[in-house]
Design a protein around this ligand. Structure first.
Ligand SMILES: C[S@@+](CC[C@H](N)C(=O)[O-])C[C@H]1O[C@@H](n2cnc3c(N)ncnc32)[C@H](O)[C@@H]1O
Length: 195
């Protein structure tokens, strides 16, 4: 994918939520930056912090092209990164952001992502996760149920995650849920804060 219509639609609503949350932060590590539309938009709107985009090595070229064509002083060069990597980027980030990844990666990778984000963040650091979620074992919309079926047909290990499962996981990683924002198209932006 070289351009995402969804990212174009959701970037401003996400920024509206992120802006106050990131007001006093210095660096954000983004996991699974995709086309880079979020990275270039957020970096230019939040000049007080460094935005560090990352992507799987085989998808890095698209992200790098986007970042080079929208340079900002505070937009770091994209890094190759796979959640399964043993070595995580050695970045002093006080926030981690990821959009539309938790339903793509497999549950062990979700666990790894929360555990490593929890280890990387300083006290009061935040982990922001945007995307579709289930609540109490139920879909929150017909479109999310259809999307989940499509995901699982394509990859049985993928699928929309339940907020309660994520809460259990995040609490084990020392990052309880701090905010749960309703977003466009039955998505949510969850904010986990390290304590
Ligand atoms: C649905 S796309 C979302 C892209 C972008 N964040 C957005 O919201 O438009 C999911 C992204 O997760 C990335 N991804 C999948 N598996 C990954 C892994 N193991 N480690 C890091 N990123 C991964 C994919 O390459 C893809 O860019």
């Amino acid at each position: 994918m070289i351009f995402s219509e969804a990212a174009e639609r959701n970037k401003q609503p996400i920024l509206n939520i992120l802006r106050p949350l990131l007001a006093n932060r210095t660096a954000v590590l983004e996991i699974g930056s995709g086309t880079g539309q979020h990275a270039v938009f957020f970096a230019s709107a939040l000049p007080h912090l460094i935005w560090h985009p990352t992507e799987l090595p085989d998808k890095l070229a698209i992200l790098t092209r986007m970042c080079r064509s929208h340079p900002s002083e505070n937009l770091a060069a994209p890094l190759p990164f796979d959640i399964d990597d043993d070595h995580w980027p050695t970045i002093q980030a006080d926030a981690v952001f990821t959009a539309n990844t938790l339903h793509i990666i497999h549950w062990p990778q979700v666990c790894r992502l929360f555990s490593r984000a929890g280890a990387l963040l300083p006290q009061q650091g935040i982990f922001c996760t945007y995307g579709p979620y289930n609540r109490d074992g139920r879909y929150t919309s017909i479109s999310n149920a259809q999307f989940d079926e499509w995901l699982k047909n394509r990859d049985p290990g993928s699928g929309i995650r339940d907020i309660a499962d994520l809460q259990q996981l995040a609490e084990k990683c020392g990052m309880p849920l701090q905010h749960d924002f309703a977003m466009l198209a039955n998505n949510r932006l969850l904010v986990w804060r390290k304590n």
